[in-house]
Design a protein. Structure first.
Length: 176
């Protein structure tokens, strides 16, 4: 990944993480800026191939994250942020960022649950979630604590996990 794309990725996820931590939302202007930067820089650097990679990098996260949004397991800002990350990183790199983000998100979720004294409830909710999904039911429809929009759910700023996953991806790919 060229340095200009690495810096764009870091700037985007750092700003999103700070904003999400402070206000518990990610503004559309930030996500749109990341999307335009990703499409623009990739097109400038790699012409049609760059535009194609940035476009696929945008569509892949949408294909995976929109269903999570529809299940009320993810906020819309997180979906749009991952699409912007994909536009900058491209589809192949985005998959690696997704894996790093999932790991970072899991660690962060366990830390938040433990800090709030809700570790046992979190594991119970994971079992509820698995049960509902295996029966093809929307978990948030039957269990309010599984709806990210509910005041009863334990929410965390997912942009922090995305930033940590992106940073881990960049470090691993730069030095290993």
């Amino acid at each position: 990944m060229p340095s200009v794309l690495m810096f764009a990725l870091l700037a985007l996820v750092a700003a999103a993480a700070l904003y999400d931590f402070r206000f518990r939302r990610i503004p559309n202007w930030l996500n749109l800026s990341g999307l335009v930067l990703g499409l623009g820089i990739n097109t400038l650097l790699f012409a049609a191939h760059g535009l194609l990679a940035a476009s696929l990098g945008t569509l892949l996260p949408l294909a995976l994250y929109v269903p999570l949004y529809l299940l009320r397991a993810m906020g819309a800002g997180d979906v749009k942020l991952m699409a912007a990350v994909g536009a900058i990183a491209g589809p192949r790199n985005w998959i690696e960022i997704l894996v790093c983000t999932a790991f970072a998100g899991g660690v962060l979720a366990l830390a938040v649950a433990a800090r709030n004294g809700r570790l046992q409830r979190t594991f119970f909710n994971l079992m509820l979630l698995a049960s509902e999904l295996t029966h093809w039911r929307r978990p948030a429809a039957r269990h309010e604590t599984l709806d990210v929009r509910s005041d009863r759910s334990m929410r965390m700023p997912h942009a922090i996990a995305i930033a940590a996953g992106s940073l881990a991806f960049l470090i691993v790919n730069r030095f290993f």
